[in-house]
Unconditional design. Structure first.
Length: 72
């Protein structure tokens, strides 16, 4: 069976794609975690809203909607 020039290009692209996917899988992160079952994590926040003097703010309605969207 004779493979034309286009077939060789296809095989090279296929091999490159498979190699790229394999490399991405091998480089994946190993995530570990430890927590106490039953803990309510909804009480914890990693941010807080502060007012910055001299900072520009949207009107009160838009400001409240932005904060509500982020908080939910």
């Amino acid at each position: 069976m004779k493979v034309g020039r286009g077939g060789n290009l296809f095989l090279m692209l296929l091999a490159g794609t498979l190699l790229w996917l394999a490399a991405g899988t091998l480089a994946a992160q190993d995530v570990r975690y430890n927590f106490m079952p039953g803990t309510d994590f909804s009480k914890y926040h990693t941010y807080r809203w502060v007012s910055i003097e001299g900072g520009e703010h949207p009107n009160q309605i838009v400001d409240a909607r932005i904060k509500q969207s982020v908080d939910s």
